[in-house]
Design a protein. Structure first.
Lengths: 304, 272
């Protein structure tokens, strides 16, 4: 009897193990090959001088990183990434919050507003980039035309062509694209705030502003933290829109780490150097994400 | 005071309505203009309508890009849903030693910036002989969609009451039947979220396609739109027609099921 039972149990365990392998194995394999392995491979490649086409790799240790630290364009792109982080966090999230609050107020035709507000986020980044290149176009773009129409012709310029305005112009488009995303995210956060709390604040005689700063905002902090993390990490690795609109130009005015990395890898074929940029991006995003999340944990414990 | 406040709110609401909506109107309006008309009056929205630009864009092969995008998006999403549900079933409903570590391994993927993997994925794809083929995109697309999908589906799978499964076990169902017959059907709401979220991302994906595909006939829509932009130079209405067509599928999906699309994106973000 006992022999039978233990045999059955052993068979069950074997079945379970086999089942888990079959069910998890395929996903784990794809995930490892395309997600986990590349992180180590990137670091490994960054230790070589290598075109990526020929098979000859020359081991140069940390030489690529030393080069990176001295590289002017990399400094520039890192600066632009930092600028993008601040611009994104300080404009997209407040704008998204304002829109989310606007959608909560009683406006006629709310459904219509909500539908349209979300539209920018649906378009592919490439489509957005191409469309805005025409809006910014110096000769027939609607922006310059509109400026002329309202008597501000002196402000007309080649928005993407001049180093002084290119970054700002691109950041405006990024804002346009992502504000709806944060609107959705924060609206979900707002929906989670119990109606009774706001009701209680109202009964206690709080002004709308006071109930916003004392009740809504504190309860929204977890969602805001998520938003800040997403927007920071997103800005550190940003690529698509800027690559299509300016390719990092003019004169690296809009260069980002990711565009610089792409150009070094796939135009200059300096795979080793480009891998060093990649590794830096990874380490930076990792440090930033961990920092924000641990600060948040500290706050949640009542530390600050 | 109250009237003034209401007025201000409406004003703000309308202002953002214009900012968010006007570029769309501009895109669609321009796509319906003749080139001549456009240069005569580039800012006007309504003119004599013509569908010539759409005909031109179709003749120049936008359908090819469209089909490529459709095929890779559908195949990727189907495989993602299948693989992620299988994983989530195990992580959400079966006890085993590696459960927690595996779950964290999948979550950690959310922190990996796509660009860090670009060079190794490019080298790997070349070595596998998949370079410059549509199917080269399948692996990266699945791998990068897995973390969000696994998180959403696992959390959902954990909430399913065990009674249903126990009843099926009484009837002698094995694990595979439990998954296919009992748990998977109950995952439907989460599957809808995962499907929508991933479809939008893959339909619009740019950087992997840029690195892995070079032949125009094998390009997906975002790359194809860039090709049009390169070829058309000043045929602005033509490009706008291409952009409008490229955005159409997501617009249609959005108008059919706005709540689902919005929920899908919010869920994907919050869980992330």
């Amino acid at each position: 009897m006992t022999g039978d039972a233990s045999r059955i149990r052993r068979r069950n365990r074997l079945d379970k193990g086999l089942f888990l392998c079959v069910f998890i194995g395929p996903a784990l394999l794809v995930y490892t090959v395309y997600n986990i392995y590349p992180i180590f491979a990137t670091f490994f490649y960054s230790l070589f001088e290598w075109t990526g086409i020929e098979n000859t790799k020359t081991f140069i240790g940390l030489e690529n990183y030393a080069k990176l630290i001295r590289d002017r364009i990399f400094h520039r792109s890192l600066g632009n990434n930092v600028l993008l982080v601040f611009a994104s966090v300080l404009t997209q999230i407040p704008l998204g919050l304002a829109l989310a609050l606007l959608l909560q107020s009683k406006i006629k035709g709310m459904r219509f507003f909500r539908t349209v507000y979300f539209l920018p986020f649906l378009m592919s980044t490439v489509a957005i980039a191409i469309m805005w290149m025409f809006i910014y176009n110096p000769t027939f773009g609607i922006l310059n035309r509109a400026l002329a129409d309202i008597g501000l012709a002196s402000l007309q310029r080649s928005w993407l062509g001049e180093p002084s305005t290119a970054m700002g112009s691109v950041i405006a488009v990024i804002c346009w694209q992502f504000a709806p995303f944060y609107m959705i995210l924060l609206r979900a956060g707002l929906a989670g705030i119990p109606e009774e709390l706001l009701e209680a604040a109202r009964i206690d005689g709080c002004t709308p502003w006071k109930s916003f700063t004392r009740v809504t905002l504190p309860l929204l902090v977890p969602t805001l933290v998520t938003a800040v993390v997403l927007s920071t990490i997103g800005s550190l690795k940003y690529f698509d829109l800027i690559y299509v609109m300016t390719e990092g130009g003019p004169d690296s005015a809009t260069e980002l780490m990711a565009t610089y990395m792409y150009k070094q890898a796939f135009r200059q074929f300096s795979m080793g150097f480009a891998s060093a940029i990649s590794t830096c991006m990874f380490v930076l995003s990792f440090i930033v994400a961990v920092t924000i999340l641990s600060l948040d944990r500290y706050r949640a414990r009542g530390g600050a | 005071m109250k009237v003034a406040k209401g007025l201000l709110l409406h004003l703000l609401a309308v202002a953002w309505l214009l900012v968010a909506g006007y570029p769309y109107l501009y895109m669609i309006g321009t796509s319906l203009k003749s080139q001549e008309n456009f240069f005569k009056n580039p800012t006007s929205l309504i003119d004599a309508y013509t569908f010539a630009n759409y005909r031109l864009v179709v003749e120049l092969g936008i359908i090819r890009y469209f089909l490529n995008s459709l095929v890779i998006s559908i195949v990727s999403v189907v495989l993602i849903v299948l693989l992620a549900s299988m994983v989530s079933y195990c992580l959400g409903r079966i006890r085993f030693r590696l459960n927690r570590p595996l779950y964290f391994l999948f979550i950690a993927g959310m922190m990996i910036p796509v660009h860090t993997t670009l060079i190794p994925v490019y080298i790997l794809t070349r070595e596998m002989g998949l370079y410059d083929q549509l199917w080269a995109l399948l692996g990266p697309y699945i791998a990068f969609s897995l973390p969000v999908s696994v998180i959403i589906l696992t959390q959902f799978a954990r909430e399913i009451p065990t009674e249903l499964e126990e009843a099926a076990v009484m009837d002698g169902a094995g694990r595979t039947r439990l998954f296919a017959g009992v748990v998977f059907p109950l995952l439907t709401p989460a599957v809808a979220t995962v499907t929508i979220y991933n479809f939008i991302h893959i339909w619009n994906e740019f950087v992997f396609a840029l690195v892995l595909i070079t032949t125009p006939g094998r390009m997906t829509l975002p790359l194809g739109l860039r090709e049009f932009y390169g070829e058309f130079s000043v045929n602005v209405p033509g490009i706008m027609a291409a952009l409008t067509l490229g955005t159409l599928p997501l617009l249609i999906a959005y108008f059919i099921s706005q709540e689902k699309v919005v929920k899908g994106i919010a869920a994907g973000a919050v869980k992330g």
